[in-house]
Design a binder for this molecule. Sequence first.
Ligand code: KIV
Length: 271
Amino acid sequence: MKSERKKVTVATIAKMKQGGEKIAVLTAYDFPTATLADEAGVDIILVGDSLGMVVLGYENTLSVTMSEMLHHASAVTRARPRALVVGDMPFMSFQESRERAARNAGRFVKKAGVDAVKIEGGEAMADTVRYIVGASIPVMGHIGLTPQSILRFGGYKVQGKKSEEAEQLVRDAKALEEAGCFAVVLEGIPWRLAQRITSEINVPTIGIGAGPHCSGQVLVLHDVIGLFSKYAPRFVKRYVEAGDLIRDAFSRYVSEVKEGKFPTLEYSYGE
Ligand code: KIV
């Protein structure tokens, strides 16, 4: 059931904000989930570094490497999605220098075939964003509760509650827009602040834990389908408990094998 609609580009995403159409973003990390997300009509597939936690079992996103990201982003782009595919730059793949950042963004495009990359950080990353955009690689920004900064934040804490923090986040969003980001993720900030940022910049904002007034929303696929329950932030809505369905299927399989009920001749080859 492949969509007949045209490939989503960064120009499509810009037009969606201008036309008041909400942008639906989901993460995906492999061929089958990318195919399903695309068939469901998501506009952007983010190969997030949340990969580290929800697929690879790491404690946080800090251990994720470029090779792991490239491996999974390649599986996603092999699904040839209509959705724009964004590769998330992992911790220390872009912070060291803008040259290293551009090299790694280039690897994402050349090796994994993504359409854009995402970088965490605000004003401090504006020069790096400008450099990558200068190499014709579209960049999505990401500010607020940026998980790669948990050591500095002291945990997963909502950002921008104090007025000076809020003003800094407004400056961050404006600096990213000015540096050439085609969209900015707002994570874990009060909804009024997200509403203000959305109205004060021209590029779309994509919210996660940032309320209903952003130009679009992103959620982690494993949260949406009930395959990750280590953390249950307030903003996560579970649309299905796939973990329960899968466990039930596995335990029925185990029972049938133990009881000699599977395979029957129906599942066996004749002469
Ligand atoms: O890694 C990720 O999945 C993300 C989104 C939650 C924005 O960065």
